[in-house]
Design a protein around this ligand. Sequence first.
Ligand SMILES: [Zn+2]
Length: 291
Amino acid sequence: MDAWSGPGHLDRCESKRLDADWITASWADPSALLLSVDVSGRVGVGADLAIAEVRPDGKYDPQRHYLLGLSAGRPVFVESAEVENGAGLRELMPVLADADRELVVAAVALVQWHRTSPHCGLCGALTLVTAGGMVRHCPSCGRDRFPRSDPAIIVAVLDADDRLLLGHQAVWPAGRMSVLAGFVSAGESLEQAVHREVGEETGLRLSAVRYVASQPWPFPRSLMLGFVAWAVDTEIQVDGVEIESARWFTRDELTAAVDAGEVGLPSEASIAHRLVADWRWGTLRVPGAGQ
Ligand SMILES: [Zn+2]
């Protein structure tokens, strides 16, 4: 099971976080931890990219200090601040243990949401942080707003010969290739988004689309929903705008291209990496697609 497919390690304390006294006591807890995330989403770390062991100091400020929850019984807060030794999530996600990975991803996602959502989307008034950082309340119209994610699909497209489709985006460095991805549009189902994105970017039609797994991807606030799909045909017509080129790979062809340095695959932190790895290991299947 991959890191994101089981139950979470972080107790997000949904009911306790409404108790201001409990949050204040948690802030004063000698075991409490305070994470820092800077404006570019970098997290304060110590040696060997371990999360910096910083204790909350001074008075608890509900507008600045957000409670992530309890991690192994330990209260963990996050604040938006300059960090001296910072590391980005792409660097941290592959090296941290599951519980710590979850903490830094939640920390970056929450801080970025607060930073970009100070005003009420309905009436424009300045909102106040409540519920230990999980709600922004509008004192003018009374509306509560919650941290949000933008759903995006990512899909490994296979053909009848079990080849994998990889595309190269115009904005990427030369040689970098990955499975196709795109944001879900308004009023669209995930499956419809998969059909549309693959159609727009490569002209391919799909006969089966099945969900595989998901992963938070706070760059700045995506939730990646991973699919595997079966192509009806194999003739590729790239859109030339987002996708510059695309091609089918057998496992041997991909291994040879990677070994020769002609193709660079997605970083280990990403669900794209997992989809490609599952296909290379022969464990990615399209149920009901005749495999
Ligand atoms: Zn309002």
